[in-house]
Every structure is written in C-alpha cells, then in structure tokens.
Design a protein around this ligand. Sequence first.
Ligand SMILES: [Zn+2]
Length: 246
Amino acid sequence: MTSVVPASVAVVGVGGLGCPASLALAWAGVERLTLIDPDVVDASNLHRQPWHHPADVGQPKVESAATKLRRQFPRVKIDARRARVTAATVEALFEEHALVLDATDGVGTKFLLSDASVLTGRPAVYAGVLRFEGLAMRLEPGGPCLRCLFETPPTDVPTCAQAGVLGAMAGVMGGLQASLALRPNAAPGVGRLHVVDGLDLSFRTVKVRRRPDCATCAPGAKAVLVDADDATCPTPSSTSPARSAP
Ligand SMILES: [Zn+2]
C-alpha cells in the first residue's frame, strides 16, 4: 500500500496516544504538527506519556511535548495550542490541516471530531485504548464515520484514570494511529477497524461499511456539532460496533 505523508497534522490530545503518534509522524516527515490539549502534565500520566518528564509536572502538556519535539526535530514546525476542541473551533481545525488525529480520551470529543471530519470532508484517525485493548480506524471522506460504528456515544465507559491504561498499549495504538495517518484507505467507502488485544497479542481488522441511516454521514443527513464534556475511553469491551462485516 502506498504511503502518503500529509503536510500538516493536528494531534488532538498529547497524552498516551498523542505522544507516540506525534513522534512517529515527525519521524515520517510531516512538515507541520499542531498539538492541542487543555491539560497540564500530571504525575500519574508519566508512565505512558513519553514526552512528559517528572520535571514537567504542572506544565501545559502541549508546551512539554512541543519542547521535546522541537529539540529532536528542529525542521518540523510545531504549533502548541493549550485549548479544548469545541464545536465552534473544530471545523476550522480540520480546514487548516491535511488530517486530524484523534488522540483524546473523551467519548464526546471523539464523536465531535468524527462529525467534523464528515462535515469538512477531511480525514481523521480515531483510536481508543483501555487497559489491554485498543481500537483504531481511519475516517475518510465518503467512508464510514464513528457513528457508523457506534450509533450513539456510550454513557457507561469508565475514565482512563478509573480503568487504567497500560503504557505499552498506548504506545502500540499511538504508533498504529500514525501509520494510519500515512495510509489512505485502499477501497473508498469501506473503513477498516483495527482491533488489538494486548493480552493474547492478537490483531484483527474488520471491514466497516457506512450505515444507510447514519445520523451524520448518510445521504441527506446533516451533523450537528455538539460540545463534549467528558473524559472517558471508548473500549471494545464496553461498546460493540453497530454495523460491521468481517
Ligand atoms: Zn456514519
């Protein structure tokens, strides 16, 4: 499969997924990386967020990560934005980047990013990880969106802090996200959901098709962007794909 390096990528969330993903994207040759995260570095994050060191605790995550990225990749333009992505700002974010990477841990934010991807016709890469399980999928214009996978945002998902995230799994899924950012879907209209089980080290890919009644991407549907207020992690064990085909 042909690899295409996007000129600019917005990495939303600079934690367990965003740290390894931004490193891999810089390695791949992305010219401009925008880091977006409202939070500060917390001591409990350090085991799975390699850009953040003990001396950075209390500093904005975007500044901590940007400092390390600029040091290691002086030719990459790094834009650090300490902010939360909102319904008012998300479309502009997509329009100023070739691709948006969803490295957040909030269910509502993930749906906001997916809806904005459909509205703007720009690709995004979704990922979620909890303990030993991970999901990832590239969202392409004309292909299935997150609402084709999960009809509505799940409401019973524990926070990452409650459930725990294995650092190694965050690294695997962040790296996988970066790989998906470099690989447009081979078959337009068909998504590929990558499911990783870190316990038995299995890796499977499920074809995902658009739901004809999807509230966002079905013909005639119109997504309504809604601000998210959450901090949870979608997980294969707590949510099941609404429509998928092996
Ligand atoms: Zn859809």
